[in-house]
Design a protein around this ligand. Structure first.
Ligand SMILES: Cc1cc2nc3c(=O)[nH]c(=O)nc-3n(C[C@H](O)[C@H](O)[C@H](O)COP(=O)(O)OP(=O)(O)OC[C@H]3O[C@@H](n4cnc5c(N)ncnc54)[C@H](O)[C@@H]3O)c2cc1C
Length: 442
């Protein structure tokens, strides 16, 4: 019988414990793990990994629980939940270096940094955890201006499968530093990130709704405007059917401290389709990932999601519009990438997609399943030449090849094997969850 280390006393939550109901599941999936470990410090994470290895049970790692594949919990295994490893600290205000622990939510990061006039481009949701997002990529509200979240990571602290706690940066353990920026899930548990934040207090926030023409012209013009606009402009859009029409709801964010600067960057978007509604405001950056987003994850949002990275030409724009407005539609989200994302060399990190201008994300909800998603997404998939790990619900071998193509995939697989030879964190993307992925797609 394996004994729980003293440091984790009272921090193992099992069925029957009053805390279990709020800790067993993820945002999109419901689970019944044998136990959830709640370490508070990186050292306790080391103890948790050693304990889990001795128990020999399947292990899941959770930061915020928002992962769309539901891999941050399991049935019958152990979960290391990092929600209490959540400190956010400005290490050096002048160089804007910030240390963020993996279990912090992005809402808390934004709130803590705001008094310093600093912000990190993370994602669009305050409840998403630092650990999952910042080991996969991080497509945020200021993505064209500042790049992906991983592009600003300067060092990481990682607990490896053998229980070592290692600090990696460009000079020390550079291979580990490479793989955790894009493919962190299979290498170890990143307990903390040192990130270079940006000096920004407010952003211009425009919200508009237009009717998207079925020939894709509206979507194409959105992407064309983004492709040539100053990098201060980033944008997201949701496409959904409304009666016989398709509505495109656009959020445009300008990294600027005044509406006078923000307005001209946004105004061309008012003309890309029949305008249904619009407004523009100047808001503090934390309003983009607000604390009002914070909630427990109890499997409340069952869904299946996939994605593709593309260069938005006329055919791609038609395919995207059709995916949202066709006979069996998916909910389609578009995110501008490009800009600073594409300044980084493809081989510099484990996120190699540095030439596309748009991330397209498709989602279906029960009772629709994998075959409905695949049918809606076929046209977009044919025009995509890459994918992003953090918007993929079915992490099988085919997804791995789209996310980590060619030489990147070879290197990711080799490094996962090197840092985790026994497959303790056995990443789903190498086929570990094939059975579940297959059953979910039926
Ligand atoms: C509502 C919503 C909005 C989103 N918006 C955005 C967005 O705007 N931009 C964007 O880029 N993404 C976005 N995402 C996707 C998001 O980046 C991923 O879902 C991410 O995995 C969530 O991180 P988490 O820590 O909450 O996930 P978790 O569910 O806790 O973790 C998911 C997986 O990541 C790995 N992991 C987690 N923590 C660690 C760690 N510390 N070290 C190593 N591996 C770890 C594990 O394999 C785990 O199974 C969104 C997701 C949702 C549900």
């Amino acid at each position: 019988m394996t004994t729980l280390p003293e440091s984790l006393s009272g921090k193992l939550v099992t069925p029957g414990d009053g805390r279990y109901a709020m800790l067993r599941s993820t945002y999109t999936t419901r689970h019944s793990p044998a136990g959830v470990l709640l370490p508070r410090t990186p050292r306790q994470v080391v103890d948790a990994v050693r304990y889990a290895r001795e128990r020999g049970l399947p292990l899941a790692v959770r930061s915020g629980g928002h992962g769309l594949a539901g891999t941050s919990s399991n049935d019958g295994g152990l979960v290391i939940d990092l929600s209490a490893v959540n400190r956010v600290e400005v290490l050096d205000a002048r160089s804007r270096l910030v240390r963020v622990e993996a279990g912090a939510r992005w809402a808390a990061v934004a709130e803590t940094l705001a008094p310093y006039g600093l912000a990190i481009s993370s994602g669009d949701h305050g409840n998403v955890g630092v650990g999952g997002l910042a080991t996969g990529g991080g497509v945020g509200w200021l993505v064209r201006r500042f790049g992906l979240t991983i592009d600003r990571v300067r060092a990481v602290e990682v607990v490896l499968a053998d229980g070592r706690l290692i600090r990696a940066d460009a000079e020390h353990e550079p291979e580990l530093f490479w793989v955790v920026r894009g493919a962190g899930a299979g290498a170890g548990i990143v307990v903390a990130f040192e990130i270079e934040a940006e000096e920004i207090r407010n952003v211009g926030l425009a919200q508009l709704a237009v009717e998207a023409t079925p020939d894709g012209a509206t979507v194409r013009q959105w992407a064309e405007h983004l492709a040539q606009a100053p990098r201060e402009l980033s944008s997201a859009a949701v496409l959904f059917p409304h009666g016989r029409r398709t509505v495109m709801q656009i959020t445009a964010v300008v990294a600027a401290e005044s509406l006078r600067r923000a307005r001209p960057l946004v105004e061309p978007l008012l003309a890309i389709g029949r305008l249904l509604d619009h407004r523009i405001d100047l808001v503090p950056y934390p309003a983009m990932v607000p604390t009002s987003h914070l909630h427990a994850n109890v499997g409340q949002q069952a869904s299946l999601t996939t994605n593709g990275l593309l260069t938005m030409d006329g055919a791609a724009a038609r395919a995207v519009t059709r995916a949202a407005g066709g006979p069996r539609p998916a909910l389609v989200q578009l995110r501008s990438v490009g800009g600073a994302v594409n300044d980084v060399a493809p081989a510099a990190t484990a996120y190699p997609h540095r030439h596309q201008d748009t991330l397209a994300v498709g989602t279906v909800f029960p009772p629709q399943g994998g075959s409905a998603l695949d049918a809606a997404w076929r046209g977009v998939a044919a025009r995509s030449d890459g994918a992003y790990v953090n918007f993929e619900s079915r992490p099988d071998r085919a997804a791995f090849d789209r996310i980590y193509p060619g030489e990147t995939g070879r290197r990711v697989a080799e490094l996962w094997r090197r840092y985790d030879p026994d497959g303790v964190f056995r990443s789903a993307l190498l086929g570990g969850r094939r059975d579940r992925a297959a059953s979910r797609s039926r």
